[in-house]
Design a protein around this ligand. Sequence first.
Ligand code: KIV
Ligand code: NA
Length: 278
Amino acid sequence: MSTITAPQVRAHKVRAGKDPLVMVTAYDAPSARMADEAGVDLILVGDSVAMVVLGYDDTLQVTVDDLAHHTAAVARAKPRPLIVADLPWMSYHVGVEDTVRNAATLVRAGAQAVKLEGGRKRVPHIEAIVDAEVPVCGHLGLTPQSMHQMGGFKVQGKTSEAALALVADAKSLAAAGCFAIVLEGIPDEVAKMITDSVDVPTIGIGAGVDCDGQVLVFHDVLGIEDRVAPKFVRRYAELKAAGVAGLEAFAADVRSRAFPSEAETYHLAEAESDALAL
Ligand code: KIV
Ligand code: NA
């Protein structure tokens, strides 16, 4: 199977008869392999790594170097899905040149595209990254890097004025060259208006069923993160509970000396090779 490209994603509209795109976050090689084997279309090395992996309370705490570190781990798995890396807060807010260099750092780490948050005001930065031959994914609606401006994580686009502003933003992002746009935390009616208004696919998270794709955070989908989740999260596995149960069983076996067994033990007088089977 060949790898998925940004031009392929750009052409992927549900109204053109396609199935919705599947995107999931991943932050390291094993999660990238899982996403690959599951047949998802895009992997997002999201700045959500701050919250679900690194233990921070928000996404504002991670840097380009943090994202590059995780992107490189994902890229080493050589997954078939398109690897999109988030440009973190303050990596595209200072100036256009700085923005392009930061995008390049993520590409050299293994990203095949970058994502940044915000509407019309990001157009110069998007155009500059696209000019540097790097595909850009937009992100509108509830943009977590704007948490202090928004006054928390709140559904966006609920007034007709705000909804129309989002439609205009989406058109600007598409015209600036974005190959896809993530829509987060907006009413489904607004997401549908946006999806109908642009020729590039929309990928929703808490944006209803009418987007051209859906994205969820790896640790949410698989129940590794089991603290309170927003209502758009659907859990398809309970890996945290399975993991705790596994570790409890290991601890019990160690304490009762049921682990290690004879078969798990080396002896001086033994014919088998010294090489550890990995
Ligand atoms: O960082 C992230 O996980 C994201 C998705 C929620 C779209 O940006
Ligand atoms: Na993000």
